[in-house]
Design a protein around this ligand. Structure first.
Ligand SMILES: [Zn+2]
Length: 508
């Protein structure tokens, strides 16, 4: 997952805009974008400089977004650009050097004795006209000897029954309570008491949801676009269950095409989604204009699903996936452990999400952002073995981000690569250690992604390209899942000194 920087920035600007006077930072930025779009370079610099003068210090962290913004690259040879960027960088460093580095830590992550859902089998009926869902969901739950399990479910749900082997179970569902999950603002608590036998149980939930008031990020129940998932809790979500498999059978109004985070196939009147790999989300999307294109290369399938996006751009994205796959296969000299990837182009504002084998994000064109996203996501075909809910996720995200950097280095102009590398360095400049950072804290992003990628880039500079990529090959082949194992392997490969160099970079 990546590419939220500009989105977060705009969000931050919108939030502060309420308190600002007539012209906001975003106004100036958009005015510069508009001027640039019609080729008016003088006006572009006029607005960029107004942005810098009035908001440059406040939004100094925007420096790295400016560095990699594709549209601004035509300005890079202009002396005014250099002056603008020099001064933004100075603001950034001044702001950072005044501020102490926040370091939210979390040493041990899992509560191994918490009850979990291992699998869902769901019948989902979507009525787009009425904005309702009717759901029958059977969950395989391991109670681990406990008496209760808590779920978050869509607030405006009516529960018909909750059964275990046709016997009614006791539960409480308080539609007025505050959501127990901060990621699910429109959810509410569903507390379930275990059946007498408290081991592995198959429990069926039957309920309907009224989505009239749906107003949650990455969620929609409109005629042109339906998107259901974790953030609105259309299925009972238990926050300790992050590794379940699922099968969802979907029926929907005539004329709709369905897709989602798993492998989706049409089965007669219905759509069947199977998610045979472990995950914590079940994304379902539908639209009357949903299209899909697939490409299979060496037994691996990439799919792009879209509505408001050109067919030719979809083809280009698939070709880029296939090329990235071949490039990394040569680079890491191992076959990827993954064989499926789906890109969903979301026709709504609001950044993107990333799940195993599935990424959803908003764009109108196949642009540089899309290409670099492919560079990162295809990297996960190799880097997907470490746990994703702790700081060890840097072994996935830092490695995927490094892969993207190397992909840019070998496929783009040197100047473009230099911009991305500097952005990575700047994003990692004033950031807490990778080691034991709380994965859920916002600080984790720059630590795991940017510091992680930069560590690998600098290691390559230290040990040389050949030895470095032999090391990467070994990490992929041995399916290394922890930093401790990575350090042992680094010592075996490069010696004690390099091990300590890596360890030091992880802990500082
Ligand atoms: Zn990623």
């Amino acid at each position: 997952m990546k590419h939220y920087r500009r989105f977060l920035l705009l969000l931050a600007m919108l939030l502060t805009a309420t308190f600002a006077s007539a012209q906001t930072a975003n106004d100036y930025w958009l005015a510069a974008d508009k001027a640039l779009a019609v080729g008016n370079i003088d006006s572009t610099f006029y607005y960029l400089n107004l942005f810098r003068e009035k908001f440059g210090r406040q939004y100094a962290f925007a420096y790295t977004t400016f560095l990699t913004e594709e549209d601004y690259r035509t300005l890079h040879n202009d002396a005014r650009w250099t002056a603008f960027m020099d001064s933004m960088r100075t603001y950034k460093h001044e702001a950072e050097d005044k501020e102490e580095i926040a370091y939210p830590r979390k040493t041990v992550v899992e509560d191994a004795s918490a009850p979990i859902v291992k699998r869902y089998d769901i019948q989902l009926n979507i009525d787009v006209d009425k904005k309702t869902l009717t759901v029958t969901a059977t969950a395989q739950i391991d109670f681990k000897g406990r008496e209760n399990i808590d779920f978050t479910l869509w607030k405006y749900s009516t529960i018909n029954y909750i059964h275990c082997k046709k016997k009614e179970l006791t539960y409480s569902f308080d539609t007025k309570a505050k959501s127990p999950n901060t990621y699910i603002p429109q959810g509410t608590l569903l507390c379930l008491t275990a059946p007498k036998k408290k081991g592995l149980c198959s429990i069926t939930f039957d309920y309907s949801c009224n989505l009239d008031s749906l107003d949650t990020w990455m969620s929609s129940m409109e005629r042109d676009w339906v998107q259901l998932g974790y953030y609105m809790a259309w299925f009972p979500i238990n926050s300790d269950s992050r590794d379940f498999t699922a099968k969802v059978s979907v029926s929907i109004n005539d004329g709709y095409t369905v897709s989602g985070s798993g492998i989706v196939q049409r089965k007669g009147e219905k759509w069947e989604m199977s998610q045979p790999w472990g995950g914590f989300d079940l994304q379902i999307v539908a639209s009357p204009t949903l299209k899909s294109k697939k490409m299979t290369s060496d037994g691996r399938t990439f799919e792009i699903v879209y509505t408001d996006f050109a067919d030719a751009d979809a083809d280009s994205a698939l070709v880029a996936c296939s090329e990235a796959l071949q490039f990394y296969t040569r680079l890491f000299k191992t076959n990827p452990s993954n064989d499926y990837m789906k890109f969903l182009v979301v026709p709504r504002c609001g950044g993107g999400i990333s799940r195993k084998n599935f990424i959803a994000y908003q764009t109108r064109h196949f642009n540089e952002d899309f290409k670099t996203a492919i560079g990162h996501e295809m990297g996960h075909f190799w880097w997907n073995k470490a746990p994703t809910f702790s700081w060890e996720d840097w072994l996935n995200e830092g490695f995927a981000e490094f892969s993207m950097l190397w992909y840019i280095k070998c496929h783009f102009d040197k100047h473009v690569f230099d911009c991305y590398l500097e952005a990575c360095r700047e994003n990692a400049r004033h950031v807490c250690p990778i080691y034991e950072v709380d994965r859920d804290a916002p600080e984790a992003y720059d630590a795991l992604y940017n510091k992680g990628a930069l560590l690998l880039y600098d290691l390559e500079q230290e040990v040389g390209e050949t030895r470095f990529f032999e090391f990467m090959q070994g990490v992929a082949e041995r399916e290394i899942t922890s930093t401790a194992l990575l350090l042992d392997y680094a010592e075996e490969k490069f010696g004690k000194e390099t091990r300590e160099w890596i360890e030091n970079r992880i802990k500082s």
